[in-house]
Write a protein that binds this ligand. Sequence first.
Ligand code: IPM
Ligand code: MG
Length: 354
Amino acid sequence: MKKERYTIAVLPGDGIGPEVMAEALKVLQAVALKNRFQVQLNQADVGGVAIEKFNTPLPASTLQTCRQADAVLLAAIGHPRYDSLPSDKRPEKGLLGLRAELGLYANLRPAKIYPSLIGASTLKEEVVRDIDLLIVRELTGGLYFGEPRGLQQEMGFNTMVYRRHEVERIAQTAFEAAARRGKKVTSVDKANVLEVSQFWRKIVLQVAARYPDIALDHYYVDNCAMQLVRNPRQFDVILTENLFGDILSDEASMLTGSLGMLPSASLGTGSAMYEPVHGSAPDIAGKNIANPIAMIASVAMMLRYSFDRSQEAEGVETAISRVLEAGYRTRDIAAEGDRVVSTSEMGALITEAL
Ligand code: IPM
Ligand code: MG
């Protein structure tokens, strides 16, 4: 909703999180100033930093801050230091808890190629040219949350389960998105093996009947992974369950050159959350070399989806494109002849370009 003043929960998290968040906030402040609205930023801890301070990856106070906000900005969580902890105590649990508690069932992950970055992809130019696809990933169900699950001495198990309403609402999100884009949905499952996928497919077909103008096809997930590198331009909206979407979105991000470029929006019934697709990259944390573009583009998604400010969102996206066109790159996307800049320089350049 468009307002004069927004309250935003700011969760920098771990690793490179605080560095990329700082740049995104610079950009946000500049947009707010220019367009005469105000932002109240409420910082909170999640992930490893919350474990250190509060002994839990998702403190109740953080959840409260998020619930009271118009939107949540999250940078990244996780560190190998916690790898030996049980899953309920790990930093990842903070992120999963937020998704579950805020009811963020729809994760939108656009993968679009910036023309000036076409050379940064490991794939051939003619394969990645003009890629513009959107992964709609179910985010609060499937293997990540299904019961029963357990870790025992001699076995470990998880359950992939989907209920009718869960498939219906995410399918609807995908068809609505396709209606505003290329009018095509590719539903991804493993219906040749899994009953849960056969159910998924049946419900998707029922929802599709309400959208006669939208083309629908079904891919098995293994085939989809292959098609993404063979001919990614065939895709408009990819609709898929939680784990498949996790995997395919990392793959899709590399089509565009770097995992450091892709933003995401997680939408539900309450306040939405915006975060980069990438993780906390502990190996490069604190060095001022991380790419802040995914985080900055996540701010653009927030402006568009939560604040009803598409023009401002486009302003940010254009500023990113301009800086890239001028030849500035963080290390992850740099080729010979590019001007390599730091995290904070990239943030400053994009702010200036606004
Ligand atoms: C993502 C991440 C998370 C996920 C992890 C950090 C829990 O990989 O957002 O894609 O698996 O969903
Ligand atoms: Mg992932």
